[in-house]
Design a protein. Structure first.
Length: 313
C-alpha cells in the first residue's frame, strides 16, 4: 500500500496517511528480502522466525505502499496493496506498484507482461503467489486482475489523494501531535507471536500477516491516546469505534479492543474513508484510501505525511 493519503483539516488525525512511494524503506529493512525474487523457486526464502526483525520482517510499520499516481484502476490497486506490495516493492522482487510496472514484459516470460504473469501465479496451484504461508487471494480478488488483463490492462483514474497528514481535531487550539514519546498505558505486549487480536499493537498488521500467513485484513491498526507511542505498547482500550465507509456508501464499524487494536476482513470497496469515534467525539480523515494497513505510516514518529499514531478523538 504505498499511497494512503489524507487531506489535512485543522490539526491532523491520521488513519493511514499516505503510504506514498516510500512508506519507510521497504527493502532496506528486509521486506523485499522476506521471500526470494519473483519467479524463483517457491521454497526460496520461506523460513520461520520471530517477528522481531531477526527474520527480515520489519515490524516498525515501514515498508508497504504504492506510488501517489499509479495509473491503475482502484480495484486493481487495492488488490496489489492488500496482497502483493509487502514484498514487491522492487527492483527485486520485481516491483508491482504502478501501471508501468504491471505492463512491462515479464523477466520470466517476455511474451507476457507482469500483469499476465502475476495472474498466472495467483491461479497456480504448483507455484502460487503470494507464496505460502501467506493466505491465497480469494476468487473475487483474482477475478479483479483477470478482468483487467482480459480488458487489455487499460489505465484507470488515479485513486489516491495527495499526501498530507490527517484529519480535523474539532478546532483544538493546540497541536495534539506535539507530545513526547511515551507508552501511556505503561503496559507492553509480551506474549510473542501468539495468535491473538491483541497481539503486537502498533505493528503493521496487514503487511506482517500477508507475509506470515495470518488473517488477511483489509483494514487494521491501533488507536493510541497520544501521538508518539512505541511498538508493542498497548493502546487505547475504548470504548472507541473505527468507522469505514466504502465507495458505495457501505459502512463497516470496527470495535477497538482492550489494547487499541482494530481489524476487519470484510470486503471494502476502494476508495474508502475512515474516522475514529468516541461517543459524540470523532477524529475524521478527510482523504480516501485504497488499502488500510494503518500502522504502516502511523508509526511512532509517523512517515509520509502521517504525524504519528492513529489517535483517539
Amino acid at each position: 500500500m504505498r499511497t494512503l493519503a489524507l487531506a489535512l483539516a485543522g490539526v491532523t488525525l491520521g488513519m493511514a496517511a499516505v503510504l506514498a512511494v516510500a512508506c519507510g524503506d521497504g527493502g532496506a529493512n528486509g521486506l523485499g528480502g522476506r521471500y526470494a525474487a519473483y519467479d524463483q523457486p517457491d521454497d526460496a526464502g520461506a523460513g520461520g522466525g520471530d517477528l522481531d526483525g531477526s527474520d527480515g520482517i520489519n515490524r516498525s510499520g515501514n515498508g508497504a505502499g504504492t506510488g501517489a499516481a499509479t495509473g491503475l484502476p482502484c480495484d486493481v490497486q487495492q488488490l496489489l496493496e492488500n496482497r502483493c506490495i509487502g514484498c514487491h516493492l522492487g527492483p527485486s522482487p520485481v516491483a508491482l506498484l504502478t501501471y508501468e510496472d504491471l505492463t512491462k514484459p515479464s523477466a520470466a516470460d517476455p511474451a507476457k507482461n507482469n500483469a499476465q504473469r502475476s495472474l498466472e501465479r495467483m491461479q497456480s496451484a504448483a507455484s502460487p503467489m503470494p507464496p505460502k504461508p501467506a493466505e491465497a487471494p480469494t476468487a473475487a480478488e483474482i477475478g479483479v486482475l483477470q478482468a483487467w488483463v482480459t480488458a487489455g490492462t487499460p489505465k484507470g483514474a488515479t485513486c489516491t489523494p495527495s499526501a498530507d497528514g490527517g484529519a480535523g481535531d474539532g478546532g483544538a487550539a493546540t497541536n495534539p501531535y506535539n507530545t513526547p514519546v511515551q507508552c501511556s498505558s505503561k503496559t507492553m505486549w509480551n506474549k510473542g507471536n501468539e495468535g491473538s487480536s491483541q497481539m503486537r499493537p502498533g505493528g503493521a498488521c496487514a503487511t506482517c500477516h500477508s507475509m506470515r500467513g495470518g488473517p488477511a485484513y483489509t483494514v487494521a491498526g491501533t488507536v493510541y491516546p497520544t501521538a508518539h507511542e512505541p511498538n508493542d505498547c498497548n493502546g487505547s482500550p475504548g470504548p472507541l469505534t473505527v468507522v469505514v465507509t466504502d465507495k458505495n456508501g457501505v459502512v463497516t464499524n470496527l470495535n477497538v479492543n482492550a489494547v487499541g487494536n482494530f481489524s476487519t476482513r470484510a470486503n471494502i470497496a476502494a476508495p474508502f474513508k475512515v474516522k475514529v469515534t468516541n461517543g459524540t467525539k470523532e477524529r475524521v480523515m478527510v482523504g480516501a484510501l485504497t488499502a488500510g494497513d494503518c500502522n504502516t505510516c502511523h508509526t511512532e514518529a509517523g512517515v509520509n505525511g502521517a504525524p504519528g499514531r492513529v489517535m483517539a478523538p
